[in-house]
Ligand binder design. Sequence first.
Ligand code: SAM
Length: 356
Amino acid sequence: MQDKVIPIRAAGAARAAAPAYDGGPLADLRGRGLRDLRISVTDRCNFRCVYCMPREVFDNEHKFLPHSAILSFEEIARLARVFVGMGVKKIRLTGGEPLVRRDLHLLIEQLARLDVDLTLTTNGSLLAKQARRLKDAGLKRVTVSLDSLDDAVFKAMNDADFPVARVLEGIDAAAAAGLGPIKVNMVVKRGANDQEVLPMARRFRGSGHIARFIEFMDVGSTNGWRMDDVVPSAEVVRRIGEQFPLEPVDASYAGEVAERWRYRDGAGEIGVISSVTQAFCRDCNRIRLSTEGALYTCLFAQGGHDLKQMLRAGADDDALRNEIAAVWRARDDRYSEIRTSETANLPKVEMSYIGG
Ligand code: SAM
């Protein structure tokens, strides 16, 4: 569990010295608005990706959160409603692996009633079985993580002996269910899977899906990150562009995480996510709700703010709004802009807990 090393500030701590929320748009200390909410619905995952939940750390001895500690669907839906009322336009469900949370479609049914773009990030392992049910419940789109098309490389990355074909079946099922356009996320780690960049681009060219290449990040403090392992997005774009000429595309909205490129021959587009080499903190409008109901204003946060305690103590919506507003207004994070090899070793919240 994270709270052994990562402090979670007590409920109400943020708003004690702050003005009440007045209903207007929120801005943090750097003038950034609040637009996206990522909700981690479980800290568990059936993969042990070496860059995210390395098996040496997340082994049989690892203590995942007990059921009583994690937010119920009703608690999540209530907080989501409060956030949407404060200007959140997009909610992404993540984890851990969100599809291992039992009956997730029941949460989606509740969230789908909100006026919000509702998406989910998954490793795809359980997607073939669940895609139709998720769509029927009101999910709009999915993003699927897939680090290689080669079984040996993929298994070395996911460390769970999981074959590529099953993820591809999941992508097909999601497309058939209408959960597209599907984004396929590949974390690129030099010497591990970077030879798979071109095959991945080739596989999804012309498919209607969007391959996206993510720079390997120093999330958490267990993945042994080194700058040498990062393949800069510029290199990814160059490698793909040499084979299939590319041109840049404007962002769909301010603060979009991926930089977009399209194939000049009209075969679709790719995205690159360059949080290491071209930090995008300046426009970051994301907030994260952990599995146990703590708020984090940065993926690389060193502390969170407890909302679960407030919920369970009977706080009304005004109190929740005031707390969230106070947390956002005090936000000053810009970790990716100040990253060095030293900061990489700081005790940061694990991505599997906070939600990727
Ligand atoms: N289990 C789901 C999945 O696999 O998509 C959702 C959670 S996962 C933490 C979300 C995303 O974060 C995945 O695309 C994963 O590859 C990415 N990710 C995890 N660790 C990362 C790292 N160290 N650097 C870059 N991306 C990372």
